[in-house]
Ligand binder design. Sequence first.
Ligand code: ZN
Length: 394
Amino acid sequence: MATSVVPESLLSRNPHFRNEIADMIWPSCWEEDLDVWTGHAWSYTPLCISVNATDPQLCVYTDTVFANGGGISIVAQPSMARQLTKHPMLQTPGLRVQSSGNHQKSTDQYEMQSLPGRGIGVVAKSKLERGTLLMSETPIIAFQQDTMKMPGSLGELFLLHKTAVERLPPKSRDTYMSMDDGGFVADFYGDRFESNAFNVLDYVLVFPMIARINHDCRPNIEYYFDRKSFSNQVHVLRTIQPGEEITGSYISHDMPFEKRSERLRDQWGFTCTCAACSASREAIEASDNRLKQMKQFEEELEQIKSRRTALTETAERLISLYEEENIHGPIAKAYEFAALEYSYAGHKWKAKRYAKMAVDAGRLWRGPSDPGVKRMEALLENPEIHPSWRRLSS
Ligand SMILES: [Zn+2]
């Protein structure tokens, strides 16, 4: 795809922007000093509110050129925003305008569809194999994570949020406003945010297309944030057939039925009807028992100081439980346990086999730079010099 470089001079201080909201409410908050500008050519004068005397400002920063015109609004203290502007994606003009199928409603692989009882969802257009990179999306909104705890009125936060959305390029703004509000209607901007945001690093980020992926407690995709490209990556966890809905999980895979139902209801306002949650009572009970058993096995496998033998069989059983539960991402953890147990026992080929499986699953689950993936890559390369090698064989 063609990329072009937009001269910096075109980006700065849009003269057509009218700042009447801010002028009306906080006339004294407008500061043109460099502290607030953070040294970046933002597309608008940052709108700031005073939080308290020692840490005075929380501002909205918008760069409409970011990610090939997808744009981004950052709500943060100037010091935090300054940190973020050091990222190559914001600093390098060529990267700033790079496009990678960002914010696309439809590709050869998927499309957005209205689904009965589920609002809009993402549906596969073609057969998708495990490992396929389905989406790679940059955020359009980044909220400093602790802003909600800062002193200041809800009205002020609302204004920041509203400004952050309104200053986005029209296409991104419309996409944001069409996102699901989770059924809560108290705050026009905030509810969409609450229902669709991801906690990443020190920020809460909104990825508008990825936000369209509906929840399933046993999902067929996994997402992780890739720091280098400043984007959320979506990978396929198992074969997905054309017409099948693409689903991700909003919660941790190890929550039992009651607990996860409550969390989904409280935080996202829906009752989960996925296959795992709408199964018979017996099946749900069996699934809860498997989850409990998995936790027990993991605890046993973690204790290596107090034992003298490798628990290869426990690790194998743990893998089976993950398989039975259809948990295809976090199963990487079970493979890692198995690789280590076989390495403890001095079984080179089995250790390598499971290390390879841990690397493959871990890359989809947490990304290639995940510490677990790195550990398993080292084991895979040469088990005999790995610290775990023959550690428990006598
Ligand atoms: Zn469910």
